[in-house]
Ligand binder design. Structure first.
Ligand SMILES: N=CN[C@@H](CCC(=O)O)C(=O)O
Ligand SMILES: [Zn+2]
Length: 441
């Protein structure tokens, strides 16, 4: 190991919250509340060593880690004294590519209009669709990059990003291309999702829209993938009364699955349609929202190993009854979290979402962290490489400027102060205090 070039050493931490330590991809039921943690001892802190490829090489007490790399040349050393470290946060559900905000609808909803009333009156998703269709790829990229930057500053290092404000073949592909263009500029890993069935376009029936998604949009997306121009991981549909019904949703999801996409869709948000049972029967990787899920739906998801992505911003903003997080956790569903960033729910911060998950969804702090790291990574089928602090995984880390990690959640809306460093693949991509890390060469 002598003279070995290493990318990063984080040393002296009060605690390193690994979340998982045995390679497990999910922590079900009571295990979700048990985090793998290494705490500092009286005379030494905790270190994380990162190799030159940005992968975690070791984690342990300072002297143990030091002894493993006696002659290492560290590109960067971060002093984490009196600080705690958690895995980079994973946002499992966002709609970040769009033009046309809906701040005017926020006031309407506060005055009592429901989400579907706004939607049916021509507002909602279709308002944003008009503006997104009119925007150029460059316009959309300029809007997207600062949003991704804000996510980074709030600790997100892996994010799922959906299309879905095009609803026609050109604009859906345009949105996916914008996500491709963002990749080299963004300090986070993007998992991209085709959501051409996000709403029924104004001039079409749901049945016509279903056929266009399957027969026109999906083949164009597939062609982009085959040509190496697009990297798309999942297919999504807004399965909802008055949008796409369960049968139409199933056909769209099956068509995507046949093309090699993972199934990850909006289910049981405003009405109980038994979409969760349908998704489980397809072996869906994940389903989101689930405010209205039944006991049978929970059991079906648990049997299928489908991740339930809960989005507490929705219930908060729309004043809905929140999803039954406790019943889902107790029923053996791997529960994950996402911001659902979109023009209805303008939230880019996973720490805010974790706070809402604790207060509104009655999750514990430990459960919220598991949901916002390991389980969110598993929803994207990236738990083999992301979501915990384990040797061999990508060194995505958040350093909290307090000896106990819970400050990240406790300080509501305070992540800008509570986070001192965000580290992506062993590189410091955000620091609150530019003087707080030292470079050694
Ligand atoms: N429910 C459907 N989709 C989004 C909202 C999108 C929008 O209103 O623009 C959601 O997850 O909440
Ligand atoms: Zn959504």
């Amino acid at each position: 190991m002598s003279g070995r070039e290493m990318r990063l050493l984080v040393r002296g931490a009060s605690q390193v919250v690994r979340v998982a330590a045995a390679g497990e991809k999910v922590k079900l039921k009571a295990a979700m509340n048990h985090l793998a943690i290494i705490n500092a001892t009286k005379d030494q802190g905790v270190s994380i060593a990162v190799d030159k490829d940005g992968l975690i090489a070791a984690v342990g007490l300072d002297k143990e880690v030091e002894a493993q790399f006696p002659d290492a040349v560290w590109e960067t050393v971060v002093n984490a004294r009196k600080r705690s470290v958690v895995p980079g946060l994973v946002d499992a559900h966002t709609h970040p590519v769009w033009a046309g905000d809906r701040v005017h609808e926020f006031a309407m909803k506060l005055a009592g209009a429901s989400y579907m009333e706004v939607h049916d009156a021509g507002g909602g998703i279709n308002f944003t669709v008009e503006h997104t269709r009119a925007a150029t790829e460059d316009d959309l990229l300029k809007l997207l990059l600062p949003r991704l930057q804000r996510m980074t500053r709030a600790g997100t290092t892996l994010v799922e990003c959906k299309s879905g404000y095009g609803l026609d073949v050109q604009t859906e592909v345009k949105m996916l291309r914008v996500l491709e263009k963002a990749r080299p500029h963004a300090n986070l890993t993007i998992s991209s999702t085709f959501c051409g069935a996000h709403s029924v376009p104004r001039d079409l029936t749901a049945e016509e829209a279903t056929r266009l998604v399957i027969e026109e949009q999906l083949p164009a997306v597939k062609a982009g993938i085959v040509a190496g121009e697009l990297q798309v991981d999942s297919i999504d549909v807004f399965c909802e009364q008055g949008v796409f019904d369960v049968d139409q949703s199933r056909r769209i999801l099956e068509a995507g699955h046949r093309e090699g996409l993972m199934i990850n869709f909006h289910a049981e948000e405003l009405h109980r349609l038994n979409a969760a049972e349908m998704g489980a029967s397809l072996g869906a990787e994940a389903m989101s929202h689930l405010e209205k899920i039944s006991e049978e739906g929970i059991a079906a998801m648990a049997r299928a190993g489908t991740v339930g992505i809960l989005l507490p911003t929705t219930a908060h903003i729309l004043r809905l009854k929140p999803p039954p997080a406790r019943a889902m956790i107790d029923g053996g569903v791997p529960v994950a979290l996402g911001t659902d960033f979109n023009p209805n729910a303008f939230c880019l911060s996973m720490p805010v979402v974790m706070h809402l998950a604790c207060v509104i969804l009655k999750m514990s702090l430990n459960e919220a962290l598991t949901a916002a790291t390991l389980h969110a990574a598993h929803a994207l089928r990236k738990a083999h490489s992301h979501g915990s602090i384990e040797p061999g995984k990508v060194a995505d880390l958040v350093i909290v400027d307090e000896p106990r990690w819970e400050h990240l959640v406790y300080q509501l809306g305070g992540a800008d102060q509570a986070i001192s460093h965000v580290i992506k693949a062993g590189r410091v991509v955000h620091t609150r205090l530019s003087s707080s890390h030292k470079h050694h060469h």
